[in-house]
Design a protein around this ligand. Structure first.
Ligand code: NDP
Ligand code: MG
Length: 386
């Protein structure tokens, strides 16, 4: 095998989060190939200090100005920036060639668009960016000849199943869904579930917001929209199937009915690393090999769209297109936060999202300013219902 010879300088947005930490682990495993040149954190300053000490980046962004000033006193050789502007400055850091976007929420949109314009390769975990403005992101990527490489495990799987194939021959994308924390509850039982139960995901350890999204199945809905944009696939050709073991990460069916799947033990470091080494691969000894004989059997079930209304909403919003997915995403972000803050019940999340979709009047091809305006208005609308 020919040895890989490249050094990637990485800007990591959301370094203190679940995906962020696992990305740092990949950089740590392969320090000959990857260097952390800049990163952003939110409010976790203790973790920020540790990352600075271990990786010696040149630029760091945090959410609050006070934190940036304090850190500057401790690390005089590092450049500190802050807030939303700081997030974009991190993505644009001149020495980096690759941006890993692992922040949570539509706050990831502007840094992504700006990084694309600067010609940087994007490894995208932040699915909210593609849901809120997929048309703008994909258009910009095409215009500036930039690769958007999926980090989300399902999309990484599909991306791998598409390698060497002609996309004209694809009949259907099949996203697998674990079903989240409440996959075995009836609709009636969902009325009384708690925040703690919702946060207890059977297969993956992730940030709080995406764990709730998995429990409502909105995560799968957001992923359907993400797949639509990444692979330019009509919604009619994107299916979801429940697969509780999370061993098959997703599949592609071709027009001759051949189905190609990607498998592996559930560990986000695999898709993160693939996005960073693509089209090459590197060993990853810290992850577990798949032992199918030990697993014995894999299970599949049809999705129940009545029990998982958020998934139905996402298909509706996606098919309506234009500004509808922006509303879906913003409403979901606010509703999930309200649930995490103990202000609303679990089923209220989908109720609020449904109301927002009804309330909104579709705008067909919204520009960036309209997207930002609709995002703000939707958040205000949901707030008014709380
Ligand atoms: P986490 O909540 O664990 O991490 C979020 C990161 O973003 C943290 O570094 C946090 O900083 C930072 N952050 C949060 N809000 C802001 C803000 N307003 N401005 C700047 N930074 C902010 O999330 P995950 O890592 O779980 O998820 C990140 C993204 O990846 C999401 O879009 C999610 O859907 C996607 N994803 C995650 C997967 C997973 O396994 N976790 C799998 C597939 C996709 P701090 O903590 O310092 O405040
Ligand atoms: Mg996923």
């Amino acid at each position: 095998m020919e040895e890989m010879s490249f050094l990637k300088n990485i800007s990591l947005l959301g370094a203190t989060g679940s995906i962020g930490r696992q990305t740092l682990d990949i950089i740590r495993q392969h320090s000959d190939y990857f260097r952390l040149s800049s990163f952003s954190a939110g409010r976790n300053i203790e973790e920020t200090r540790k990352i600075i000490k271990e990786f010696s980046p040149k630029l760091v962004s945090v959410l609050e100005k006070d934190d940036a000033l304090r850190l500057k006193g401790e690390f005089p050789f590092v450049q500190f920036v802050y807030g939303e502007k700081g997030l974009t400055e991190t993505a644009l850091f001149s020495e980096s060639d690759t941006v890993v976007n692992a922040v949570m929420g539509s706050v990831g949109l502007i840094p992504t668009l700006e990084a694309i314009k600067a010609g940087k390769t994007i490894a995208l975990a932040n699915k909210e960016t593609l849901v809120t403005a997929g048309h703008l992101v994909m258009r910009a990527a095409q215009k500036y000849h930039v690769d958007i490489l999926p980090v989300d495990s399902e999309h990484s799987a599909i991306f791998q199943c598409l390698q060497g194939e002609n996309s004209q021959n694809v009949a259907r994308l099949i996203l697998t869904a674990s079903g989240g924390s409440f996959r075995d509850r009836t609709r009636e039982e969902l009325r009384h579930v708690t925040r703690e139960e919702a946060l207890n995901h059977p297969n993956w350890s992730m940030g709080a917001k995406i764990t709730i999204d998995s429990a409502t199945m909105m995560n799968k809905g957001l992923e359907v929209i993400e797949a639509h944009w990444l692979f330019q696939m009509p919604y009619e050709q994107i299916d979801v199937i429940l697969h509780r073991e999370s061993i098959i990460h997703s599949m592609v069916e071709y027009q001759d009915h051949s189905v190609i799947a990607q498998l592996g033990t559930p560990d986000m470091r695999v898709p993160i690393q693939y996005a960073l080494t693509y089209p090459e691969r590197l060993p990853l000894p810290v992850t577990k090999r798949l032992n199918l004989a030990a697993i014995g059997s894999l299970h599949f079930e049809e999705v129940d769209f009545d029990r998982f209304r958020c998934l139905a909403f996402a298909y509706e919003a996606g098919k309506a297109g234009g500004s509808m997915p922006t509303v879906l995403n913003a409403a979901n972000e606010v509703a999930v936060k309200a649930f995490l803050d103990g202000k609303i019940s679990f089923l209220k999340i989908e109720e609020l999202i449904g109301k927002a979709l009804e309330w909104h009047t579709l705008i067909k091809d919204p520009d960036l300013e309209s997207i930002q305006c609709i995002d703000r208005e939707t958040r205000r609308f949901i707030d008014s219902l709380l």
